[in-house]
Design a protein. Structure first.
Length: 138
Protein backbone atom coordinates (compact mmCIF):
# COMPACT_ATOMS: atom_id res chain seq x y z
CA UNK A 1 0.00 0.00 0.00
CA UNK A 2 1.33 3.43 -0.89
CA UNK A 3 0.09 6.64 0.69
CA UNK A 4 0.98 10.28 0.22
CA UNK A 5 2.55 11.93 3.22
CA UNK A 6 3.85 15.42 3.88
CA UNK A 7 6.07 15.73 6.93
CA UNK A 8 7.49 18.76 8.67
CA UNK A 9 11.26 18.69 8.98
CA UNK A 10 13.34 20.58 11.54
CA UNK A 11 13.44 23.66 9.29
CA UNK A 12 9.61 23.85 9.38
CA UNK A 13 9.40 23.13 5.65
CA UNK A 14 7.54 20.26 4.08
CA UNK A 15 9.28 17.27 2.63
CA UNK A 16 7.00 15.47 0.21
CA UNK A 17 7.33 11.74 0.48
CA UNK A 18 5.65 8.86 -1.26
CA UNK A 19 5.83 6.36 1.56
CA UNK A 20 5.76 2.60 1.17
CA UNK A 21 4.08 1.69 4.47
CA UNK A 22 5.95 -1.61 4.73
CA UNK A 23 9.42 -0.02 4.58
CA UNK A 24 8.87 3.40 6.19
CA UNK A 25 9.16 2.86 9.94
CA UNK A 26 9.90 6.54 10.62
CA UNK A 27 6.57 7.63 9.11
CA UNK A 28 4.32 4.93 10.56
CA UNK A 29 4.22 6.00 14.22
CA UNK A 30 1.68 8.76 14.72
CA UNK A 31 2.40 11.96 16.59
CA UNK A 32 1.23 12.30 20.23
CA UNK A 33 -2.04 14.02 19.21
CA UNK A 34 -4.08 13.59 16.01
CA UNK A 35 -7.03 15.11 14.20
CA UNK A 36 -8.71 12.86 11.63
CA UNK A 37 -11.30 14.34 9.30
CA UNK A 38 -13.31 12.26 6.82
CA UNK A 39 -15.46 13.66 4.05
CA UNK A 40 -16.84 13.36 0.55
CA UNK A 41 -16.63 15.77 -2.33
CA UNK A 42 -18.60 15.93 -5.58
CA UNK A 43 -16.63 14.05 -8.23
CA UNK A 44 -16.60 17.20 -10.36
CA UNK A 45 -14.67 19.00 -7.58
CA UNK A 46 -12.22 16.22 -6.62
CA UNK A 47 -9.35 17.39 -8.80
CA UNK A 48 -9.68 20.96 -7.51
CA UNK A 49 -9.89 19.72 -3.91
CA UNK A 50 -6.82 17.49 -4.29
CA UNK A 51 -4.91 20.37 -5.90
CA UNK A 52 -5.94 22.64 -3.01
CA UNK A 53 -4.55 20.21 -0.44
CA UNK A 54 -1.28 19.55 -2.25
CA UNK A 55 -0.59 23.05 -3.60
CA UNK A 56 -2.15 25.35 -1.00
CA UNK A 57 -3.17 23.76 2.32
CA UNK A 58 -0.15 21.56 3.01
CA UNK A 59 2.50 24.15 2.02
CA UNK A 60 0.65 26.83 4.05
CA UNK A 61 0.65 24.55 7.08
CA UNK A 62 4.42 24.09 6.72
CA UNK A 63 4.85 27.85 7.03
CA UNK A 64 2.60 28.12 10.08
CA UNK A 65 4.50 28.10 13.39
CA UNK A 66 3.38 25.68 16.08
CA UNK A 67 3.42 22.04 17.01
CA UNK A 68 2.51 20.46 13.69
CA UNK A 69 4.37 17.25 12.90
CA UNK A 70 2.86 15.76 9.75
CA UNK A 71 -0.19 15.84 7.46
CA UNK A 72 -1.41 12.75 5.63
CA UNK A 73 -4.05 12.93 2.89
CA UNK A 74 -5.83 9.61 2.36
CA UNK A 75 -8.19 8.40 -0.37
CA UNK A 76 -10.37 5.31 -0.08
CA UNK A 77 -11.00 2.90 -2.94
CA UNK A 78 -14.57 2.30 -1.73
CA UNK A 79 -17.03 3.16 1.01
CA UNK A 80 -18.01 6.35 2.75
CA UNK A 81 -16.08 8.58 3.18
CA UNK A 82 -13.82 8.63 0.16
CA UNK A 83 -11.39 11.20 1.58
CA UNK A 84 -9.63 11.65 4.89
CA UNK A 85 -7.02 14.02 6.24
CA UNK A 86 -4.85 13.14 9.22
CA UNK A 87 -3.03 15.90 11.07
CA UNK A 88 -0.41 15.05 13.69
CA UNK A 89 0.52 17.44 16.50
CA UNK A 90 2.69 17.55 19.61
CA UNK A 91 -0.39 18.12 21.85
CA UNK A 92 -4.01 19.29 21.92
CA UNK A 93 -2.85 22.80 22.77
CA UNK A 94 -0.40 22.75 19.85
CA UNK A 95 -3.31 21.79 17.56
CA UNK A 96 -5.41 24.72 18.81
CA UNK A 97 -2.50 27.16 18.48
CA UNK A 98 -1.59 25.87 15.02
CA UNK A 99 -5.07 26.14 13.49
CA UNK A 100 -5.79 29.52 15.14
CA UNK A 101 -2.87 31.04 13.24
CA UNK A 102 -3.44 29.01 10.07
CA UNK A 103 -7.12 29.90 9.56
CA UNK A 104 -6.39 33.62 9.86
CA UNK A 105 -3.84 33.66 7.06
CA UNK A 106 -5.13 35.97 4.28
CA UNK A 107 -4.26 33.36 1.62
CA UNK A 108 -6.39 30.72 3.40
CA UNK A 109 -9.68 32.60 3.77
CA UNK A 110 -10.99 32.20 0.17
CA UNK A 111 -10.07 28.52 0.12
CA UNK A 112 -11.57 27.78 3.52
CA UNK A 113 -14.88 29.30 2.38
CA UNK A 114 -14.81 27.09 -0.75
CA UNK A 115 -13.99 23.98 1.30
CA UNK A 116 -16.80 24.70 3.78
CA UNK A 117 -19.41 24.66 1.01
CA UNK A 118 -17.86 21.91 -1.17
CA UNK A 119 -17.03 19.11 1.29
CA UNK A 120 -19.51 16.95 3.20
CA UNK A 121 -17.95 15.79 6.46
CA UNK A 122 -18.97 12.57 8.17
CA UNK A 123 -21.05 12.97 11.35
CA UNK A 124 -18.70 13.73 14.23
CA UNK A 125 -15.80 14.53 11.93
CA UNK A 126 -13.17 15.59 12.72
CA UNK A 127 -12.12 13.19 15.47
CA UNK A 128 -9.50 14.30 18.00
CA UNK A 129 -7.38 11.78 19.89
CA UNK A 130 -4.26 11.16 21.93
CA UNK A 131 -2.01 8.39 20.69
CA UNK A 132 -2.07 5.48 23.12
CA UNK A 133 0.25 3.04 21.33
CA UNK A 134 3.16 2.90 21.19
CA UNK A 135 3.36 4.70 24.52
CA UNK A 136 4.96 8.13 24.59
CA UNK A 137 8.44 8.33 26.10
CA UNK A 138 8.40 10.12 29.43
Amino acid sequence: MIRWCKALNSDATFQTNVVNSINAKDATTLGPFIQLGSYNCAWQEEERMQAWYSQVRMPAMAETPGGGIRVRKLVSASGWAKHAILYEFESLQAKHDYFAVHKNRPDMKPWLAWVAKSLVHAPGSAALANRIWPPLAR
